[in-house]
Design a protein around this ligand. Structure first.
Ligand SMILES: [Fe+2]
Length: 268
């Protein structure tokens, strides 16, 4: 069995409030990550951590170094870069130079091979320029990325494959939000790109996203599409994936009061 913990949207350096789905506590990030690390250490069975992106709020050397220190854990921590991690033209280069431990082979696109599954980490791009985000919310994979992913998904076809990217593939369904329309629906061309990969590669079983700060689970043609909420927003949730032969189990867990401070949570 291989187990990994999936969290996202730590937004280190963010001011309180701003974009959030629940009350966010960016100033409490040390306590939140302290509680999470404590839980990981207590369990002792997590093989690696996957961060779904927006590890920091605005790209700078100081913040990349600071968050590296905060995630200097015994368990390997991997990052799928998000739009907020790439707010300057040189951000990608700075991540690779200052925090190579979050990636593999000095590259932002990489695969983690385990005895039970393969996880492909491939941050999506935004707008025209690869690995640089300004304001555009239109997610896309480049043609080169699509071709590389297709090749990788052909490897070890007997194993389930996971794909991690920052943008969600579907909006939050009405059944999960109670609203009249789906929200945070990505640009259709991005959904089509991922669905075409899934159609060509039946071993792709789960696509992980983040970015909306909301938990989502959509099953579409046998593939699970999952997003995780922001770990800095109440009640401070993350997911645990346990993969064994023929079985994948996902649990949504919360740190809640384990963070050691009072917080506000809108149950509705
Ligand atoms: Fe994001």
């Amino acid at each position: 069995m291989t187990k990994f913990l999936y969290l996202s949207d730590t937004h280190f350096g963010k001011e309180p409030n701003g974009f959030q789905q629940q009350q966010s506590y960016p100033e409490r990030l040390p306590e939140i990550l302290g509680a999470l690390k404590h839980e990981v250490d207590r369990r002792g069975d997590i093989d690696f951590i996957l961060h779904g992106g927006d590890m920091i709020h605005t790209a700078s050397d100081a913040d990349i170094l600071a968050i590296s220190k905060m995630f200097d854990w015994e368990v390997p921590v991997y990052l799928c870069l998000g739009n907020h991690d790439l707010t300057s033209p040189e951000a990608l280069e700075r991540w690779m130079e200052l925090a190579p431990q979050f990636f593999k082979d000095g590259l932002p696109v990489y695969s983690i091979e385990t005895p039970d599954f393969i996880l492909h980490v491939a941050p999506n791009h935004w707008g025209e320029k690869d690995f640089h985000w300004e304001t555009c919310q239109d997610a896309r994979f480049s043609e080169a990325q699509m071709a590389a992913l297709s090749l990788k998904l052909n490897s070890r076809p007997q194993l389930p494959h996971f794909l991690s990217t920052h943008s969600p593939v579907f909006g939050i369904p009405v059944v999960q939000s109670g609203l009249k329309e789906p929200i945070h629906v990505p640009v259709e061309s991005f959904t089509r790109q991922i669905l075409s990969l899934a159609e060509m590669h039946p071993n792709l079983c789960c696509v992980l996203g983040a970015h909306t700060h909301l938990n989502m689970r959509v099953e579409h043609q046998g593939v699970e599409f999952v997003t995780v909420s922001s770990i800095i927003e109440a009640p401070f949730e993350y997911k645990i994936f346990e993969v064994t032969e023929g079985n994948i189990r996902m649990s949504t867990c919360r740190l809640g009061s384990g963070c050691g401070f009072d917080y506000r949570y809108n149950e509705e």
